[in-house]
Design a protein around this ligand. Structure first.
Ligand code: ZN
Length: 170
């Protein structure tokens, strides 16, 4: 790894620690030439194959951008979006695959988004699952109503977008 400051072709690792979620390693490095320090982050390679066939690295921020669109006008904070991004990344990394399709990523978004905001979930699902009729929406809403605990009267209308606690389902 060359030095980002002086381009010296070598650097020395002075500290190395695993991040809290265990998904990456941060290394503190020092350049033996100019003496400056910098940090590198090492994660397992995770590639996403797009519908066009193009492959690109998995990007948590792209997930967040997509979900943010579905959350327009909804009481969803940036913090909650960041948490959702983290949950999605953890879920896709937990599959152990080095390559995913955009379909897999979308699938991993649906669960956390359903916990976050039901209206945003329906918007996202309508695109992801290519709803093309009112019946598709009705079916999705029926599914949601069946999943909601009976103690949540009103379901969709009552939902205030409060992030649910970390899922115990995994
Ligand atoms: Zn240097």
């Amino acid at each position: 790894m060359h030095c980002p400051f002086c381009r010296h072709p070598d650097s020395r690792v002075v500290d190395s620690r695993t991040t809290d979620d265990g998904a990456s390693i941060r290394r503190r490095r020092q350049c033996p030439d100019c003496g400056r320090r910098f940090t590198t982050v090492e994660t397992a390679s995770l590639m996403v194959i797009k519908r066009s066939g193009v492959t690109e690295p998995f990007s948590r921020s792209k997930v967040i951008v997509g979900v943010r669109k579905a959350c327009q006008g909804r009481p969803v904070t940036e913090d909650a979006l960041a948490q959702l991004g983290q949950r999605v990344e953890e879920a896709v990394r937990a599959t152990g695959s080095a390559e995913l399709s955009t379909h897999d990523v979308g699938l991993a978004i649906l669960g956390p988004l359903q916990d976050l905001d039901l209206v945003a979930y329906l918007r996202f699902a309508s695109v992801y699952r290519a709803f093309d009729s009112l019946e598709d929406f009705e079916r999705a809403i029926t599914e949601l109503r069946e999943q909601l605990p009976p103690t949540t009267p009103g379901g969709l209308d009552e939902d205030l977008g409060v992030p649910a606690p970390a899922s115990a389902a995994d």
